[in-house]
Every structure is written in structure tokens, then in C-alpha cells.
Ligand binder design. Structure first.
Ligand code: ZN
Length: 158
């Protein structure tokens, strides 16, 4: 690995890749969405159980490269216990950080900060965004009353 890759695959990312969070199935999925990243071949399923307007539990199942798996794992950690509005805000911050619109992310975002290294590799940004894009699609359905209808999203430009 060269220096840049060392930076990209920092210990935190590798830790999430090796033992992804959110693997455990959840009781009932109020939000369910599948996502696919054709440019790398990553696939993800995001399921969220809601209770009293907050995220009660999260299940993510990602098959793909280290970046996509690590980002999905971080998502599972980051949104648990949060309200829909907070979840949207986190997703927006992650997107802005990955696309370089903002440099710093809030300190309480924890491990998400480690995804910053991905910016040096534009082709991998979609890998890091996959789980988040998928989550946002699921949220849209949830809010528009489509509920648990599973939709499939893609990182390809429409
Ligand atoms: Zn990937």
C-alpha cells in the first residue's frame, strides 16, 4: 500500500470492514431500501426500525469493497437513536464531506470523520455514499407513506 492508500484505509475503516456494525437482523423494518453501486459492484440493504419518531434499530448488510462496507457500518452506528430530522442532517453532512463541500464534520459524528480520506479517490466516493444514498431513499418512502416498500436505488446518475 502506498501512503495515500494507508491514509484512506485508516485503522478505523478497516475495523468497520472486518467487523461491520448493524449485522444483526431487526424485529421489524419500517424503512427498507436496497442500493447498488455499478461502478464498483457494491450492494447494500438498509433496514430501519422506528419507535416514537426515533431510530430504534438499524440493520445494514453490505457486500462490496472495504469503503462501502465500512461506510455502511458507520451509518448503522451513527443513526441509532436519532430522529428522522437528525438522520437526514447526518446524511447531508456525510455527503457534503465526501464531495468536498465542507471540510470539517461535527465532533459527535465519531468514526465518520475517517471517511474523509476517500475524497482523494473520486471513483470511491460513490462507494462511501452508497449506504447513505440508500438510506435517504428509504426515508423518502417512509415519509411519503409508502412505508416498508423496498426500493432499489443506484449511484448512477439518472
Ligand atoms: Zn466500492
Amino acid at each position: 500500500m502506498n501512503d495515500e492508500l494507508d491514509d484512506m484505509y485508516r485503522d478505523i475503516i478497516l475495523d468497520h470492514f472486518r467487523s461491520p456494525r448493524g449485522k444483526k437482523p431487526i424485529g421489524k423494518a419500517d424503512i427498507a431500501s436496497d442500493g447498488h453501486n455499478p461502478s464498483c459492484g457494491d450492494d447494500v440493504t438498509v433496514e430501519v426500525e422506528m419507535a416514537d419518531g426515533n431510530v430504534k434499530d438499524v440493520h445494514v448488510d453490505c457486500h462490496g469493497c472495504a469503503i462501502s462496507v465500512a461506510s455502511a457500518s458507520m451509518l448503522a452506528e451513527a443513526i441509532k437513536g436519532k430522529s428522522i430530522d437528525e438522520v437526514k442532517k447526518i446524511a447531508e453532512i456525510v455527503k457534503k464531506m465526501l464531495t468536498g463541500e465542507i471540510d470539517a464534520i461535527p465532533e459527535d459524528a465519531g468514526d465518520l470523520d475517517s471517511l474523509k480520506g476517500v475524497r482523494k479517490f473520486p471513483v470511491r466516493i460513490k462507494c462511501a455514499l452508497l449506504a447513505w444514498t440508500t438510506l435517504v431513499e428509504g426515508l423518502k418512502n417512509y415519509e411519503s407513506g409508502l412505508g416498508t416498500k423496498t426500493t432499489t436505488t443506484t449511484t448512477e446518475e439518472q
